[in-house]
Design a protein around this ligand. Structure first.
Ligand SMILES: NC(=O)c1ccc[n+]([C@@H]2O[C@H](COP(=O)([O-])OP(=O)(O)OC[C@H]3O[C@@H](n4cnc5c(N)ncnc54)[C@H](OP(=O)(O)O)[C@@H]3O)[C@@H](O)[C@H]2O)c1
Length: 357
């Protein structure tokens, strides 16, 4: 097992540093005393980088420097990763930029290959932490089934009559995304095993919500953006009738888990950690989430949600995905925010950024 890292071992690099999760990873690492190389696509765009640069004036123990790089350009990160003891790869073309399913699938491997090549070239890297997704775990199961890190999205395929097959990738973004994340994880663990000089591990977030560090984090159709719309009185539109089980995790917990992976004495090559609700209080059907938001913000005239009839949900919601971040708590020592703290921080950040009236 490669030695865990600490701020004394040199800089830490974060890809996707301008993004919602990446920005919080940068903040957490700077707060813990790291010199962070924040890899962004375009350092000249204030709306994407000012909140990162401001961390240098926030009285935190570490510091942040921007490094430009494109995930699709080989060699882009060679300079940024030099001397870095750990690389946290949170960047991804995830579809918000209108990628096709095939582009999402192929892109994941291409991006990771470029990042991994640069990371291994640096010679100093001991830990490679990949932001995978719960999508790499979820697959057809009966209602109420509790998913764990032992599950993979390719499991139990026969339950869908072969729905999860490779030939459907070009037409199904969710499938493309899930398969890409799972197969990329496997590719990383194998590469690390063959190399012997570093360990690769993954964080698998579920529905990530929590405070936004800048307005650009309000990406259309992201979970946080859906909360914003509900607070603006609009019904939840991402699933039929607004019905969904929200298995919520705080973006700050997701970020901290990445660093804890790099620093962990228990985490090893192939370790994967689901970042989801800590217990059932964090799992809410849309109507329950709506009720919680209404209670936390009684002054807001109308909170949107799902279809209701006589004060009850109009239809049953399929009770899935159930999953708890127990392994991250046990092996990484992760402590999590409560669901109310997370919901408040999400909505308050929207108010503070002027994105909710
Ligand atoms: N949010 C969730 O609920 C969730 C759940 C599970 C997994 N994840 C995973 O978490 C990771 C981060 O997601 P997020 O929610 O933080 O998304 P996000 O806010 O859209 O961040 C994505 C980041 O990737 C960067 N990026 C995209 N294409 C790039 C390219 N060609 N070259 C360099 N950088 C590029 C973006 O840079 P620009 O700012 O320049 O576009 C941005 O910094 C992704 O891998 C995603 O699959 C997220």
């Amino acid at each position: 097992m490669a030695k865990p890292v600490s701020p004394a071992d040199g800089p830490i690099a974060v890809t996707g540093a301008s993004g919602y999760i990446g920005s919080w990873i940068v903040r957490d690492c700077v707060a813990e005393g790291y010199e962070v190389r924040a890899c962004v696509r375009d350092a000249s765009r204030p709306e994407k980088v000012d909140h990162l640069l401001a961390l240098n004036d926030a009285g935190l123990r570490g510091s942040v420097a921007l490094a430009e790089g494109d995930l699709f350009k080989p060699g882009s990160y060679d300079d940024a990763f030099a001397d870095c003891s750990a690389v946290i790869h949170a960047g991804a073309a995830v579809g918000y930029n209108r990628e096709t399913p095939q582009q999402v699938y192929d892109g994941c491997f291409t991006e990771v290959r470029h990042v991994l090549d640069a990371a291994t070239k640096s010679g100093a890297m001991r830990r490679f932490v990949f932001t995978s997704s719960f999508a790499a775990v979820g697959h057809p199961r009966p209602e109420g089934y509790v998913f764990t890190e032992k599950d993979w999205c390719g499991d139990n395929v026969e339950a869908y009559g072969g729905r999860w097959t490779r030939d459907r990738i070009p037409e199904n973004r969710d499938l493309a995304y899930a398969m890409a994340k799972a197969e990329t994880e496997r590719m990383l663990y194998k590469a690390a095993e063959e190399d012997g000089g570093f360990d690769a591990m993954s964080i698998l977030p579920l529905h990530v919500i929590g405070p936004l560090m800048c307005a650009n984090h309000d990406q259309g159709w992201s979970w946080q953006n859906c909360i914003r719309y509900m607070m603006a009185g609009k019904d939840y539109k991402k699933s039929r009738g607004g019905r969904m089980l929200w298995n919520n995790v705080d973006v700050r917990d997701v970020a901290r888990a990445h660093r804890l992976c790099a620093e962990g004495a228990v985490a090893k090559n192939g370790s994967r950690y689901i970042l989801s609700a800590a217990d059932r209080r964090g799992e809410l059907f849309t109507w329950q989430l709506q009720a919680r938001l209404r209670e936390l913000y009684p002054a807001v005239a109308h909170v949107g949600g799902e279809e209701m009839e006589d004060g009850k949900p109009a239809q049953h919601t399929y009770d899935s995905p159930r999953s708890y971040c127990l392994l991250a708590q046990e092996e990484l020592g992760l402590e999590t925010y409560s669901i109310d703290e997370t919901l408040r921080a999400t909505v308050d950040s929207y108010f503070a950024l002027g994105l909710l009236p």
